[in-house]
Write a protein that binds this ligand. Structure first.
Ligand code: SF4
Length: 65
């Protein structure tokens, strides 16, 4: 299990993360990322990490529990 963290102050609403993992990330009405699930299984970790890395402002992190 891994934990997803978002720096809401850094997020600029580019939505790259949603394209990679729309089951984990969304954007609210103010254009700020919403983490739909803070915990992801190891089996989906690589995909969610790739989505996090696609963030242009490095607002996302996937860390060990
Ligand atoms: S890719 Fe980064 S800047 Fe864009 S919505 Fe996701 S967290 Fe925010």
């Amino acid at each position: 299990m891994a934990v997803v963290k978002a720096d809401l102050g850094a997020c600029q609403g580019y939505a790259n993360c949603i394209m990679g993992a729309d089951d984990v990330f969304d954007i609210d009405d103010d254009g700020v990322v919403v983490v739909l699930r803070t915990e992801v299984e190891e089996s989906e970790r690589a995909r969610v990490e790739a989505a996090a890395r696609s963030c242009p402002v490095s607002a996302l992190a996937v860390e060990d529990r």
